[in-house]
Design a protein around this ligand. Structure first.
Ligand code: URA
Length: 269
């Protein structure tokens, strides 16, 4: 058999780009596969007792092998349910091993803004800039989101911003339904803990996932939905994702209408 010729540098770079490796994050490469194969750290001899912290029994944590998606979803639900605060939730997500996206992302993108805000915006998933900075909506679409919320007198000290998926999918690919289902309990718990008066879902994936509708954004935008946290019902409004508005600026007019409706509800309640 004739051996395959070695790939050229150009072919290798094209392969990396397709796999989502589109920027250098450090001077030296890091072998993440070797990290995964490393034996889990030995358990402490006498683990400190922290009575006030919840024990998330079946949660998949650092060093444990990935399980079937339904087990990962159950594990995420259990972990999210037991998080008493946003800080605890962030910590749980940092050590959660049930979502493969975590291994290709640089870092967790948890949230930005004011956790006491009366309004929460939820997008789909971090992109390259968010993955580098560890904050949601800091790239081009984030700049537009800042302008949009600024138009109704809000900014990141008066609004709270997060994503359904907290790890960047490689190459910004669409998250799989399984990845979305695994991450869903975390954003649901985050919404419950922030407990805003108004929830704005940005774009189709966030709207369909959080509001349980199969209708497209052209039909759902500007229509009020009820979002049930289990503790209370929050008013939720879908609108266009800023990345979509960058591609189709003519829809900014409708997004502006949606934001004015949001401002009206915030002023009235
Ligand atoms: N798009 C999103 O949905 N979220 C981000 O954080 C950035 C871009």
């Amino acid at each position: 058999m004739i051996p395959e010729p070695a790939p050229t540098i150009r072919e290798l770079l094209a392969f990396y780009l397709e796999a989502g490796v589109d920027c250098a994050l450090a001077e030296e490469p890091i072998d993440r596969l070797a990290e995964l194969e490393a034996p889990p750290p030995a358990p402490p001899v006498a683990p400190p007792v922290e009575p006030s912290r919840p024990v998330a029994a079946p949660t998949l944590m650092r060093g444990e092998a990935a399980l079937a998606p339904d087990v990962a979803i159950a594990s995420a639900r259990e972990a999210a349910r037991t998080a008493p605060t946003l800080d605890a939730l962030r910590e749980l997500m940092q050590s959660f091993e049930g979502c493969a996206l975590k291994h290709t992302a640089t870092r967790l993108v948890f949230a930005d803004g004011n956790p006491k805000a009366r309004i929460m915006f939820v997008g789909e998933a971090p992109g390259r800039d968010e993955d580098i900075e560890g904050l949601p909506f800091v790239g081009r679409s984030g700049k537009l989101l800042d302008l949009m919320i600024g138009a109704i007198g809000l900014n990141r000290t008066t609004a709270y911003i997060a994503n359904v998926i907290p790890w960047r999918p490689p190459g910004n690919r669409t998250p799989t339904p399984q990845e979305t289902q695994i991450c869903l309990p975390f954003i649901q718990r985050q919404i419950e803990l922030v407990n805003p008066d108004v929830l704005v879902t940005l774009g189709n994936p966030s709207t369909q996932t959080l509001l349980g509708t199969r209708e497209g954004i052209m039909r759902t935008r500007g229509r009020w939905f009820d979002y049930d946290t289990g503790q209370r019902t929050i008013r939720a409004l879908p609108t266009f994702h800023p990345a979509y508005l960058l591609r189709s600026p003519s829809y900014k007019r409708l997004a502006w209408q949606d934001l004015r409706a949001v401002a009206k509800v915030l002023a009235g309640s």
